[in-house]
Ligand binder design. Structure first.
Ligand code: NAP
Length: 244
């Protein structure tokens, strides 16, 4: 449920941040072919000295790579220094529906070959998910979407739950005003920071977290979410930030 985001970090910054995240206790790392940092993630996993089996690695394939998924996966595995990924996502929907189904079928074939434990999507709508499920008989395990207090949408979360599709929420810190008085009041009541309040709220909505930070103290704080619980009233007041 608590992952580490790596978008916009490259080279040594990515390597050091992932190493710091693994040392702090994260065991789920989110990368993508598009981030051009799979090699640094792979190097950090190796340098951490942890067993590969202890770490959950997600990567993503660009929709423009439809038709060559096997080659793209081979490159991702080589860069990540592993022989499997835990979760492989279509990064965003291909613009043509036929291509979406084709790429999804490629992912399912490669999953069947054992190089990928689970397959899913990102930035898909519920109708787009339904189209894949109907055409292939297999629903995506995950939809990774832009989500946070200002994007909260209870029917959308319920729609994913009905379909058995886990939601991962990205950019929940970036797209939130962390100086918002609602967050400040709740943070003060629990003796934590506003970012921790947002992440704890996300966790209590059962939405997987993948916060990114390049700063070791923030990396640690973003994982320090298990010493407090938000009340139903506090949850509702953060829900009400949607659209603000
Ligand atoms: N599937 C997709 O299309 C998609 C799109 C976007 C993102 N993602 C994934 O989701 C991850 C997270 O999204 P994101 O990187 O866009 O945004 P985010 O994690 O919500 O926010 C990152 C920003 O927040 C700052 N930050 C982190 N912790 C903080 C704290 N405790 N207090 C104050 N500021 C803090 C970071 O700065 P510092 O680094 O300076 O701390 C950075 O500027 C990405 O890294 C990527 O893995 C996926």
């Amino acid at each position: 449920m608590v992952g580490f985001g790596t978008w916009k970090m490259r080279h040594d910054v990515a390597h050091e941040a992932v190493l710091a995240a693994l040392a702090a206790g994260y065991r789920h790392i989110d990368t993508a072919t598009m981030y051009a940092n799979e090699a640094e993630v792979g190097r950090a996993v190796q340098d951490s000295g942890l067993d590969r089996a202890e770490i959950f690695i997600t990567t993503k394939i660009r929709p423009s790579d439809a038709g060559q998924a096997a080659a793209v996966l081979r490159q991702s595995l080589r860069a990540l220094r592993t022989d499997y990924v835990d979760l492989w996502l279509v990064h965003w929907p291909p613009s043509r529906r036929g291509e979406s189904r084709q790429l999804w079928n490629e992912l399912l074939e490669l999953q069947a070959e054992g190089h990928v434990t689970d397959v899913g999507v990102s930035n898909y709508s519920l109708p787009e998910i339904d189209d894949l499920t109907r055409s292939s008989g297999q629903a995506p395990a995950v939809n990774q979407i832009d989500w946070g207090p200002t994007r909260h949408d209870a029917p959308l979360l319920a729609g994913h739950a009905e379909r058995g599709v886990a939601v991962e929420g990205y950019s929940s810190l970036k797209n939130t005003n962390l100086d918002d008085p609602v967050l400040a009041k709740i943070a003060a009541a629990h003796g934590v920071g506003p970012a921790q309040v947002v992440l704890r709220w996300q966790l209590q909505h059962n939405v997987t977290l993948i916060p990114k930070s390049a700063q070791p103290e923030r990396i640690a704080a973003n994982l320090d979410l298990f010493g407090f619980v938000l009340s139903a009233e506090e949850m509702a007041s953060i829900d009400a930030m949607a659209g603000s």
